[in-house]
Design a protein around this ligand. Structure first.
Ligand code: ZN
Length: 302
């Protein structure tokens, strides 16, 4: 039987199947591998310098370049690695490696307007993200998340309140700007528009082009990055809401996420029906222990 070795390396994963060495996402930059598989263009998954030959979706490579990470030595044809859309952000993919090991990267099992929800293949070994791998993180279906947001917006707009919605700038804001297209006075900040524009350019999507400027019409909704300085908007006395699964724990917004919730992760695991599960990121320890209680062979990746 082929020997398989799996362990953490940096922010990523080192995988060895027989003689072949794979680096998954942002591995230690000194580690030698034959292939560097990159699941998506969020910084915590992008290697600063890729190792070996690079496998990633064309969208991921383009978004990475926009974020200052240009990779060389890109492999366009390969037969031992299969890519599956994960529905997390534009271009995000899982990798089925040599038909045996499935690495999810970040996933969302909901269909969301422009992204198809993750529909995983079966695999013997599953390496799955556990960002929200704890039972208190239930966001509900995407439709429910959107309804919650629309109720929040209408409740405040009716009262003439201006609204700022903050989120990680690459991912949610692009989907939400399409959903909110029919509303008047929806603006994106320049930080968000940068990625809106990338979605237009890379995927030919029609995203609205209203950018925050001097002449804001009120009441407005602004899509902004989580950490950008918006003190120049203080005179509008806006109400702010963060859009993130973490708001279930820390408050301050609405649990709208680019990730699967706990239930979604469990559904994915059921579909993959793996013999061995490694959990990674977020609630890795907790999810592994719950899975063990449910009869799976599971452990957090160390
Ligand atoms: Zn991500």
């Amino acid at each position: 039987m082929t020997k398989i070795e799996i362990r953490r390396s940096g922010y990523g994963v080192y995988l060895r199947i027989g003689d072949r060495r794979y680096g998954l996402d942002r591995i230690d930059s000194k580690l030698d591998v034959d292939y560097n598989l990159i699941s998506h263009a969020h910084y915590d998954h992008l290697p600063t310098k890729a190792r070996g030959r690079v496998i990633a979706s064309p969208e991921t490579l383009k978004l990475a370049e926009l974020r200052g990470r240009r990779y060389y030595n890109i492999l366009n044809e390969y037969k031992d690695v299969e890519l599956y859309e994960t529905g997390h952000i534009l271009g995000s993919t899982a990798f089925l490696i040599e038909g045996k090991v499935l690495y999810t990267g970040d996933v969302n099992d909901n269909d969301r307007i422009i992204l198809r929800g993750f529909n995983p293949p079966q695999a013997d070994i599953l390496i799955i993200e556990a960002t929200y791998g704890s039972p208190e993180y239930i966001f509900g279906e995407f439709k429910r998340q959107v309804n919650m947001l629309l109720r929040f917006i209408s409740r405040n707009i009716i009262q003439g309140r201006n609204i700022i919605l903050r989120a990680y700038p690459l991912g949610k804001p692009q989907i939400l700007s399409i959903i909110l297209k029919k509303l008047r006075n929806v603006y994106s900040t320049k930080r968000v528009e940068r990625y809106n524009n990338a979605y237009r350019r890379i995927a030919g999507l029609k995203l609205p082009e209203k950018i925050v400027n001097e002449g804001l019409e009120e009441p407005f909704v602004i899509l902004a990055a989580s950490n950008e300085d918006l003190t120049y908007l203080e005179r509008y006395n806006p109400i702010e809401a963060r859009l993130s699964g973490w708001t279930l724990k820390f408050g301050g917004g609405l649990p709208i996420s680019d990730h699967s919730d706990y239930k979604g992760l469990m559904n994915i695991i059921d579909k993959v029906s793996p013999k061995k599960i490694y959990t990674i990121y977020g609630y890795a320890e907790k999810l592994a222990s719950i899975l063990r209680e449910n009869g799976y062979d599971a452990e957090p990746l160390k």
